[in-house]
Write a protein that binds this ligand. Structure first.
Ligand SMILES: Cc1cc2nc3c(=O)[nH]c(=O)nc-3n(C[C@H](O)[C@H](O)[C@H](O)COP(=O)(O)O)c2cc1C
Length: 169
């Protein structure tokens, strides 16, 4: 899929068939995450792939907006290493760039995916840190729920001239 077509047609997918995604596709998604830009090229990310049904159920029960997770069958929890990227703001931006890359790659592969927020909600970051046994210097930033989609959504045109400013506000 052409990159602009992918950007313009990607939507959050929350309905899944239950069929697991292939290991080859998972590797492609991870490669997309690793290809993101990062401040100082510090690449502070770690990717925790969760497929264990009990873990997916546990996270879905506690996360109020990730009920689709067990049916999707997998997620990639994108985490940032505070020992590598000491500026928290940059850490979040770096991991968010990786998340967006993964979302677009999933769409390009014909899979469905949705970004489920974790950082900066303490109840969600603590839940995830416990569930996947994160060391103290690692922050969970966001979770990409991914699987085979059971819905198609129309592209959303959000272009808004009123939000474009030239040279000054
Ligand atoms: C930081 C962030 C957190 C999000 N958290 C959730 C979430 O917890 N659950 C969910 O279903 N969607 C979540 N979304 C997806 C948004 O709801 C979605 O991107 C938005 O409604 C626009 O729709 P679209 O992605 O289809 O273009 C999140 C998106 C972002 C960027």
């Amino acid at each position: 899929m052409d990159v602009l077509q992918a950007i313009f047609t990607r939507r959050s997918i929350r309905k899944f068939t239950g069929e697991p995604i292939s290991e080859e596709n998972m590797q492609t998604l991870l490669k997309a995450g690793f290809s993101a830009p990062s401040a100082h090229n510090s690449q502070p990310w770690h990717f925790v792939v969760v497929k264990n049904p009990a873990s997916l159920e546990y996270i879905a029960e506690a996360h109020p907006y990730a009920k689709m997770l067990p049916k999707a069958g997998s997620c990639i929890i994108v985490c940032g290493d505070n020992n590598v990227q000491k500026a928290k703001g940059f850490l979040v931006e770096d991991c968010s760039a990786a998340i967006q890359n993964i979302l677009l790659a999933a769409h390009g592969l014909g899979l469905g995916a949705v970004w489920c927020g974790l950082y900066p909600a303490p109840e969600l970051t603590q839940l995830i840190a416990t569930a996947i046994k994160l060391p103290d210097h690692i922050d969970p930033i966001g979770m990409v729920v991914v699987g085979h989609k059971a819905e198609d959504r129309e592209p959303a045109n959000r272009f808004d001239n009123a939000k474009i400013h030239y040279d000054q506000w």
